[in-house]
Ligand binder design. Structure first.
Ligand SMILES: [Zn+2]
Length: 367
């Protein structure tokens, strides 16, 4: 299992938003699935004749996929661990972590689309502390130093999520107008600047970044991270770093790829790879920050960027290459069959043998 628990915050922005999982959440609402004999202590129940817990279920779907089935969602909803319907709302209704790591301000994960494309819009309100969200407002406001309320642009729909990286770069320089309130001084100022500067304010907490005279470099996004990971000598070095981070001996193949729970594209890719590899052989997934791997980047990394490393208990890199191809390859029908080649290096770094990590580095494997 890739998550500490299926009901952890990371799962809410990855696993539970997967279309397959959303479908199971929808099915969980069926009236015939009323839990019987619910044991609140052990958090188990009998539903439609199956023995259900928050981690497992005796039904076929759970046995095959080893992911939450409709029975588990129904139980989770019954126990109020997970609300019915949209996966995202887990963040709003439970006490699990609700804010992005890597930002100095308290940026709720509900802002996932705004963060992904660097586009905050009218009505968005942000605070410099998580305490702004705790308790009654009369109490919460005592903890706040700054807040931002966006006035312009009007909030667009998240139509550009699939091309989010290009959208991020465009939006970084686009204008924004917001009111910033200083609770200590009791003053509110209107600021006209760029989306990129607001993003940097949220990331660093430095009010000075709103000053146009100060340089404001755009963060490294996943395409640049991937280029950096593949630079001469880097794959072998990353392997060494992985070896010291992963607290178990590396055997079998390892596949490392950029990952960002904010980007729909990478989120889907991550799930595709995970399911495909798990179906082939026992696989453990490790999600680490580029800093932890010591990848050298020209700028700082977008706070949500990670590297996902899949450790597969299989010693046959050709087999793993084929499994990855099955999951990731989208044939271009315009090309003749002999020209349709799958290049695993376009998606990640495949290490043929975990035990050789740090010595051999990656190998190129043809289609
Ligand atoms: Zn089930």
């Amino acid at each position: 299992m890739a998550y500490d628990s299926f009901w952890c915050p990371e799962a809410a922005v990855t696993l539970h938003r997967d279309p397959e999982q959303l479908e199971r959440q929808r099915r969980a609402q069926g009236v015939r699935l009323n839990p019987r004999m619910v044991d609140h202590e052990s958090q188990t129940a009998a539903i439609s004749g199956y023995a259900v817990s928050l981690n497992a279920c005796t039904c076929m779907d759970a046995a095959i996929r080893r992911l939450p089935c409709k029975h588990m969602y129904r139980l989770a909803s019954y126990l109020k661990v997970f609300p019915r319907g949209e996966g995202m709302s887990i963040m709003e209704k439970t006490n699990v972590r609700r804010f992005f790591e890597g930002f100095c301000w308290a940026v709720p994960v509900a802002f996932v689309d705004a963060v992904a494309v660097c586009h905050f819009g009218q009505g968005d309100v942000l605070y410099d502390t998580e305490l702004a969200y705790v308790g009654p407002w009369s109490e919460a406001r005592n903890h706040i130093r700054y807040s931002v309320q966006v006035k312009y642009p009007s909030r667009g729909r998240s139509e550009s999520i699939a091309v989010s990286e290009a959208a991020f770069k465009t939006n970084w320089h686009s204008p924004i107008e917001f009111e910033i309130t200083d609770y200590a001084l009791g003053s509110t100022t209107t600021v006209r600047t760029t989306q990129g500067r607001l993003y940097s304010l949220l990331r660093t907490g430095e009010i000075a970044i709103l000053n146009e005279q100060i340089p404001n470099p755009m963060p490294t996004l996943h395409a640049e991270l991937f280029r950096a990971m593949k630079r001469e000598g880097e794959p072998a070095r990353i392997a060494g770093a992985l070896r010291s981070l992963v607290a178990r001996p590396l055997g079998g193949c390892v596949f490392a790829m950029p990952y960002d729970p904010c980007y729909a594209l990478l989120r889907e890719k991550h799930l595709v790879v995970k399911y495909a590899l798990e179906a082939e052989a026992p696989t453990s997934v490790h999600v680490v920050s580029p800093e932890q791997l010591g990848v050298s980047l020209d700028n700082y990394c977008a706070p949500t960027l990670r590297v996902a490393a899949f450790l597969v208990s299989c010693n046959d890199p050709l087999r793993i290459n084929a499994v990855l191809k099955e999951g990731l390859y989208k044939p271009e029908s315009a090309l003749p069959a002999e020209k349709q080649r799958f290049d695993v290096t376009r998606h990640g770094i495949l290490y043929p043998d975990g035990r050789e990590l740090g010595k051999a580095g990656s190998v190129q494997i043809g289609a």
